[in-house]
Write a protein that binds this ligand. Structure first.
Ligand code: OGA
Ligand code: NI
Length: 361
């Protein structure tokens, strides 16, 4: 029996408060072991290497050839990287900017204002500073705000920040637009598997049931950025992630073989990546790719991750059309609820979880 996780195993320390206290060395439980520090693995952070940037303009037009070319670019990006940036995705640049600025204002408020929304390890909703409840775990250098946007039955605006006063309306507006972009991407991903554009949307539970949660990450500046990470290596457990990165501070790194590639955000772009459920549904044609976040000593960083997930109690399994004699189903059916419980207990673990699901013949 899974034990109930009523509260955090240790008092919660806000990383932002630590950073603002003027310390010049970081507490021990943020120091990663040598093999897990940012300098491990070859890091490509030069301007010449980046994840693909794809212009989605053609999807709105009626030039079929251009549309096909765009789909092909998405397919190769999914296969080669599991990560890409999109521009001309249809969300207004003004809204993207306002969303980032409003959340930055939220984190800049006094601690007491934010503490009202402190989260717990059962729902994770609200203001948080750790993932997982293992006592004595090495923690990441970030705070976050987590909330549900879809399905509407899980949407609880009273758990969203009341301040800044525009915050709740902005979340509604951003949520609507971001989930629209996710819906469009999901249809493309579905088409690209040869399944027809409705297969994945239906496998996710359809429009009324699909899940969407927002995790806003705040990475305070860090006096010893070489010793820690903003988020440890992980793959996103859900379906697909639409990330709005900070416009002027890089930090996200994507695994490419043995290397880490720093994402160089393009103006007004979203970063899109495949989650573990997509790897399962596609029978590993799409792979959820490991990524991590590094911090720096100069500037705070804010990012908004919209997780677009299958309805949490549906069985997720490889699409029958992608299972053949030569390529049997690589994963057993499992609900996203079952899958997620593990992470919420143990914390992030690179790609160990989805790999451990692999059926052994
Ligand atoms: C995440 C994540 C990356 C970033 O929230 O899962 O990977 O750049 N965020 O903040
Ligand atoms: Ni992630």
């Amino acid at each position: 029996m899974m034990k109930c996780l009523q509260s955090w195993p240790e008092p919660i320390v806000r990383v932002q408060s630590l950073a603002e206290s003027g310390i010049t060395t970081i507490p021990e439980h943020y120091i990663k072991p040598l093999s897990k520090r940012p300098s491990t693995g070859l890091v490509h952070d030069d301007a010449t290497v980046n994840i693909p940037v794809i212009d989605l303009q053609a999807l709105a037009g009626d030039d079929q050839d251009l549309r096909e070319t765009t789909l092909q670019l998405v397919l190769s990006a999914c296969k080669e990287w599991g990560f890409f940036q999109v521009v001309n995705h249809g969300m207004s640049h003004e809204l993207m900017k306002r969303a980032r600025e409003t959340w930055r204002e939220f984190f800049e408020q006094p601690l007491e204002v934010k503490q009202e929304y402190s989260n717990d390890p059962i729902t994770y909703e609200g203001y948080g500073s750790r993932l997982g409840v293992e006592k004595g775990a090495i923690l990441d250098w970030s705070d976050y705000y987590f909330l549900h946007y879809l399905p509407p039955t899980l949407r609880k605006p009273e758990k969203w920040p009341a301040l800044p006063s525009s915050c709740r309306d902005m979340i509604e507006e951003y949520g609507e637009e971001a989930t629209r972009v996710c819906g469009m991407l999901l249809r493309m991903l579905s088409l690209n598997l040869g399944l027809g554009e409705d297969y994945l949307p239906i496998a996710f539970g359809g429009e009324e049931n699909v899940g969407a949660c927002l995790r806003v990450n705040f990475y305070p500046k860090c006096p010893q950025p070489d010793l820690t990470l903003g988020i440890s290596p992980h793959s996103d457990p859900g379906g697909m992630t639409l990330l709005l990165p900070d416009e002027d501070v890089a930090g996200l790194q994507v695994r490419k073989g043995e290397n880490w590639v720093t994402v160089k955000p393009v103006p007004n772009a979203f970063v899109v990546n495949m989650g573990d459920q997509m790897q399962v549904l596609s029978n590993a044609i799409y792979k959820s790719v490991e990524h991590r976040v590094i911090v720096n000593s100069v500037k705070d960083r804010v990012s908004l991750a919209m997780f677009y997930n299958p309805k949490s109690d549906l069985l997720i399994e490889p699409a029958k059309a992608l299972v053949t004699k030569d390529r049997p189903a690589l994963y057993p059916p499992m609900t996203f609820d079952e899958y997620r419980l593990y992470i919420r207990t143990k914390g992030l673990c690179g790609k160990a979880q989805v790999e451990s699901l692999k059926s052994h013949e």
